[in-house]
Design a protein around this ligand. Structure first.
Ligand code: ADP
Ligand code: G3P
Length: 509
């Protein structure tokens, strides 16, 4: 291998921002470029991003990295891409113009589409083939919505002019040349979030695509998570550089956290919360509201599966307290406020803003703040909002335990909210096991970097990932168990108050 190649570049196209991060051989961060993009809320329940803004931000993030560290593409061995999953982009392959904004994973406008597809057979009708139940969360229904609602889109799609991709595919296609030879590919982990891929064969299910009215010509080619997909376009910053890793962001974090053994788990605390448990080389089908997903596939090795507990709203509740209620000036302020009071003053905040995801999957739920009295101050509400993340995680872990029989002995954590020490301590209290944060908390980008590095021989394999992983801090349970169970019981009672809120006549379109 060429010794000039000292680094791997990871592009993390997340829900709130796009980042580029340069890593060295020890998995340490050299430099970061980051740009936030606009969150577009055209109606209640709708969430969109501008794909062109995202692509612009990716380019700017890469340029910032190169200028900060005074490096160029000659020193980059390969590029890995990781991304917010399920967010659907449809664009014209001749012009590179999106036909509509990206419809984001949190968006609930496709409820009617899911109801109609479910018909008499129910929401689980594809579960055995794709590992998922019909839900607004996944990409397939969003593509159908675009084809059904954007004028002329279906005809253009049927003519073969339109392409679909999650944001990994969108970024890869643009990086590799766009209309001039762009590569239209996704990886198995992202494809496993569309409802269109067979979870065992890792191939598109034509029957299901037909049910959704999605022409096969729109779908990207499904490849492994670590192989060379293409090379940076001639006039870009990454000219000639192999793009060699793609993992959906939660799978990338699982990889970056070195969860390679069956039963090993990580929990990422970002916009939402996503816990994944490695279940080995055969899919496990949940009976407790978890998703079956592909964790990773390295080149032509057999794929590894995971059970996933997805929580739609965690860090975004803190953003909402900041932006919509203006209770705090910054997300970090939530910690000082929460610890200025002894407890949540009897309040419980269930942020069912997009319905409830795991383990309930209740699209009819909406957010509630219960237990309010005149005693309650803003600090109690902020504390309840932080505690909500930990309670939701406990519910997911209970479901994991029921499905897998694995008793968690520790939890590896990462993501923006793990900066909050109060939350981490409360999490350890609720779970009764140590919560452990690694030194590099950018595990999402790191996981994609590892996949890309392994594909080109920069790293040898998973052993290098394990060797580079280092513990930074751990929180151990302190709260009295009786008190934990009392609060957890009240939390569950609060959850039941969110159900059945959306009536037949509530518009979701
Ligand atoms: N100190 C903090 N306390 C609580 N929440 C925080 C803190 N710092 C960041 N967050 C939350 O973490 C989220 C950002 O985490 P990040 O991992 O960057 O998210 P994503 O990858 O989903 O864009 C935001 O929703 C923010 O509100
Ligand atoms: O971009 P994040 O970190 O909020 O992750 C989004 C998830 O991939 C959605 O499934």
């Amino acid at each position: 291998m060429n010794t000039n190649k000292k680094y791997i570049l990871a592009i993390d196209q997340g829900t709130t921002s796009s980042r580029a991060i340069v890593f060295d051989k020890n998995g340490q961060i050299i430099t970061v470029g980051q740009y936030e993009h606009e969150q577009i809320f055209p109606r209640a329940g709708w969430v969109e991003h501008d794909p062109l803004e995202i692509w612009r931000n990716v380019r700017k993030s890469v340029a910032d990295c190169f200028s900060d560290a005074e490096i160029n593409h000659h020193e980059i061995a390969s590029v890995g891409i990781t991304n917010q999953r399920e967010t659907a982009v449809v664009w014209d392959k001749n012009t590179g113009e999106p036909v509509y904004n990206a419809i984001v994973w949190q968006d609930t406008r496709t409820q009617k589409i899911c109801d109609e597809l479910a018909g008499d057979e129910g929401y689980d009708k594809y579960h055995d083939r794709v590992g998922l139940s019909l839900n607004t969360y996944f990409a397939g229904p969003k593509v159908k919505w675009i084809l059904d609602n954007v004028e002329g889109a279906r005809e253009r799609a049927e003519k073969g002019d339109l392409l679909f991709g999650t944001t990994d595919s969108w970024v890869l296609w643009n990086l590799t040349g766009g209309p001039e030879g762009g590569v239209h590919v996704t990886d198995v982990t992202n494809a496993s979030r569309t409802m269109l891929m067979n979870i065992r064969t890792l191939e598109w299910e034509k029957d299901i695509a037909d049910d959704f009215g999605i022409p096969m010509s729109m779908l990207p080619e499904i490849k492994s998570s670590a192989e060379v997909y293409g090379y940076g376009r001639a006039r870009g910053f990454l000219r000639g550089t192999p793009i060699a890793g793609i993992l959906g962001d939660q799978q990338a974090a699982t990889f970056g956290q070195a969860c390679f053994g069956e039963g090993q788990s990580k929990n990422t605390y970002g916009t939402g919360n996503f816990m994944l448990m490695n279940t080995g080389t055969d899919p496990v089908f949940s009976e407790n509201g978890l998703l079956t997903t592909v964790a990773y596939k390295i080149g032509d090795q057999k794929q590894v599966y995971a059970l996933e507990g997805s929580i739609a709203v965690s860090g975004s509740l803190i953003q909402w307290l900041r932006d919509n209620l203006e209770l705090i000036d910054s997300a970090a302020d939530s910690e000082a406020l929460a610890t200025s009071v002894e407890d949540s003053g009897g309040t419980y905040f269930v942020p069912a803003f997009s319905g409830l995801f795991a383990p309930y999957w209740r699209p009819d739920a909406r957010g509630v703040l219960v237990g309010m009295t005149r005693y309650v101050k803003k600090a109690h509400i902020v504390r309840a909002a932080l505690e909500a993340t930990a309670f939701q995680t406990r519910e997911v872990i209970d479901a994991m335990n029921a499905d897998s029989g694995v008793d968690l002995t520790e939890l590896r954590v990462d993501g923006g909210m793990t900066a909050n020490e109060f939350l981490m301590q409360f999490q350890a209290d609720l779970l009764r096991v140590p919560v452990i944060r690694p030194k590099v908390v950018e595990t999402t980008a790191l996981g994609a970097a590892y996949a890309a590095g392994i594909a080109v021989g920069f790293w040898k394999g998973e052993d290098d990932v394990v060797a580079n992983w280092q513990e930074d801090k751990r929180w151990t349970p302190e709260m009295d168990n009786k008190e934990v169970e009392r609060q957890y019981r009240l939390w569950k009672k609060a959850v039941t108050r969110t159900f059945d809120w959306v009536d037949e006549d509530t518009s979701t379109e």
